[in-house]
Write a protein that binds this ligand. Structure first.
Ligand code: AHN
Ligand code: ZN
Length: 331
């Protein structure tokens, strides 16, 4: 490699004389940058995985749509060659409802000790409590972005892992009951604590699918498919996993996705990654659509009836998915 750089430098210097420094540097760059071995992420395929989930109806625990979708997700990652674990249990929601939940984990190269955990929640919120119309407050959301987008990107990644085996182990986890946290209209009656969110992930950190589960780090995808999405360097991610955040944001920029991956700090978000950071000591980051201007931190469709397929942009799914594939295959 060094000899190649030297050769490129000398050719450039000889042919361009004095003013050749820029070209020489550019030539050295091309010679030293290893060609990407990452597969091409198919944004259309990811989009269809999002719409397949939405077609089941809202994936609210204790509904038929939820049950059918869990079977679909498990059979898809199995088809792509993962070793599949399904954790079924009952968990209690903030309002006392017993939720039949199911975490679904697919492992690629399960024997490899060098691993990355990729995760997203697959359930959808039973409320539209941020909707402009109070009549919608108790209606469930489609969750095209809030839920289905992260899972859709991960299904397309799983498909690619099945086609080209990476050098490291990958665990893809679809966690349940993330979005059953205290409804806005219930905040007088119940205390809105962090622990009312992310129930499936909290269960998994106490009962991992394999004994002594360990990964080098984890990447959470949450709301990664909406039009005009922007991903900031989220506070808890920076606190626990700064070097992985910086690396992923750099990778995204190098791939030309700097308009989505904003290299500035964003606020703290209570999400599945926080429980994995604290519970299992695995450094985890959250790629999440964040709006620093809004009161909630999220875009206007968040927890409303507008979180539907019309809001999904395949270019955003592609930007996130390609960045993750590059991260996986450069190892
Ligand atoms: C809270 O609202 C406390 N956390 C946001 C986590 C979330 C909900 N992500 C998607 N839906
Ligand atoms: Zn949500």
């Amino acid at each position: 490699m060094n000899r190649l750089i030297y050769l490129a430098l000398s050719i450039a210097l000889i042919s361009c004389g004095q003013k050749g420094t820029n070209e020489a540097a550019a030539a050295a760059d091309t010679a030293s940058a290893p060609a990407s071995t990452a597969p091409v992420f198919d944004g259309d395929s990811a989009y269809s995985y999002v719409s397949r989930q939405v077609a089941f109806g809202p994936r609210v625990p204790n509904t038929d749509a939820h049950k059918s979708c869990s079977k679909y997700l498990a059979s898809e990652i199995k088809r792509f060659g993962a070793k599949v674990y399904q954790q079924e249990t009952a968990l209690t929601a903030y309002n006392g409802t017993q939720l039949q939940v199911c975490n679904i984990i697919g492992s690629f190269n399960p024997e490899n000790s060098k691993r990355i955990l990729l995760f997203a929640h697959w359930d959808t919120r039973p409320f539209s409590d941020e909707d402009a119309n109070p009549e919608n407050f108790r209606k469930p959301i489609d969750g095209a972005d809030d839920g289905a987008s992260g899972v859709g990107v991960l299904l397309e990644i799983a498909r690619q892992l099945g086609l080209k085996n990476p050098n490291i182990g990958i665990d893809i986890a679809f966690f349940d009951a993330e979005d059953y946290g205290v409804a806005k209209f219930d905040r007088e009656k119940y205390k809105d604590t962090n622990e009312t969110w992310c129930l499936g992930t909290q269960f998994w950190t106490k009962n991992p699918h394999v004994k002594n589960y360990k990964a080098d780090y984890g990447i959470l995808l949450d709301m990664v498919g909406a039009k005009n999405a922007v991903f900031y360097k989220e506070y808890t991610s920076m606190r626990y996993a700064a070097r992985f955040v910086d690396d992923i944001w750099d990778t995204a920029r190098d791939l030309g996705y700097g308009k989505y991956f904003i290299a500035s700090d964003g606020g703290a978000i209570v999400d599945d990654h926080e429980f994995v950071n604290k519970g299992l000591n695995i450094p985890c980051l959250d790629i999440i659509n964040y709006d620093p201007q809004s009161e909630t931190g999220f875009a206007s469709y968040w927890h409303t009836q507008n979180d539907n397929m019309q809001n999904i942009d395949r270019n955003v799914l592609k930007a996130v998915g390609q960045t993750l594939l590059e991260t996986i295959y450069k190892q």
